[in-house]
Design a protein around this ligand. Structure first.
Ligand SMILES: C[S@@+](CC[C@H](N)C(=O)[O-])C[C@H]1O[C@@H](n2cnc3c(N)ncnc32)[C@H](O)[C@@H]1O
Length: 236
């Protein structure tokens, strides 16, 4: 992907996230920030007997999932590192951490995921929800998956939600458009990469959900179709 195209996608994403995060409060009814994703809530009991929990949320946004983890485990020694490219996301995340009284548990870091070095054998949980497809290249994406794999300690869990096979077209004219995702792998290829990277892990969830959205983009409405791949696995 050219630098020009990358900058154009990133600027569009930045604008749309600024819009979303400045108009909806975390856990506000009716917004997409209304609640943590069910997949994250469902895996929380895995850590029920832990005395200490180390988690990493890549592309955390304003803390929709990470604050839920911190709330569940603030009675033990719990730390959740939250990484986001957007300074405003991390600003809001920190405000939300204060609001929900988990400021000791939540750490906000402004960084692109691709530049954030994941320490080896450190985390019990690594989450990346609708985030890894925004890494700046396919190679960096594959390398980051390997890093996640090495960053999780025995018994730990990876929880990924990744859009793949995305198509976009102008809702009115049907004109095919270039999807605004840095990494847009064919769904089958993504599945193969995940299976190969996390070989030997216990698969707790692996689903593909085809979704269609109408999204505003400048003057036009775009018809976006995507396969939402959810992958949760535990290191044995
Ligand atoms: C669709 S939102 C999801 C936020 C959060 N995971 C959630 O489920 O609420 C994607 C987030 O990833 C961030 N993001 C996009 N590209 C990124 C990158 N290369 N590195 C770090 N964060 C990125 C955006 O700023 C945004 O907050």
């Amino acid at each position: 992907m050219s630098n020009e195209r990358l900058s154009q996608i990133r600027e569009a994403e930045r604008a749309s996230h600024l819009e979303i995060y400045s108009t909806a409060e975390l856990y506000e009814k009716g917004s997409w920030l209304q609640k943590p994703i069910k997949t994250v809530l469902d895996l929380l009991p895995v850590f029920a007997n832990y005395q200490a929990l180390r988690a990493l949320d890549l592309g955390s946004g304003v803390g929709r999932n990470s604050i839920a983890v911190a709330l569940e485990y603030r009675h033990i020694d719990c730390k959740v590192e939250c990484v986001d490219i957007l300074e405003y996301s991390i600003e809001r995340l920190r405000q939300n951490a204060v609001k929900y009284e988990v400021e000791k548990e939540i750490e906000g870091i402004v960084s692109p995921i691709e530049n954030y070095v994941i320490a080896e054998n450190t985390y019990d949980l690594v989450m990346a929800v609708s985030a890894l497809e925004h890494i700046d290249s396919e190679n960096a994406f594959k390398e980051k998956l390997k890093e996640i794999c090495q960053g999780i300690r025995a018994g730990g869990v990876v929880c990924l939600v990744i859009n793949s096979g995305v198509t976009e077209k102008d809702k009115e004219t049907g004109e095919k458009l270039s999807p605004q995702f840095e990494v847009n792998l064919p769904t089958q290829e993504l599945q193969t990469i995940l299976q190969e990277t996390f070989i030997g892990w216990k698969i707790l969830k692996s689903t593909i959900r085809h979704q269609q959205y109408d999204i505003p983009r400048g003057e036009r409405t775009v018809d976006l179709e995507t396969d939402v791949v959810t992958f949760v696995a535990q290191k044995l």
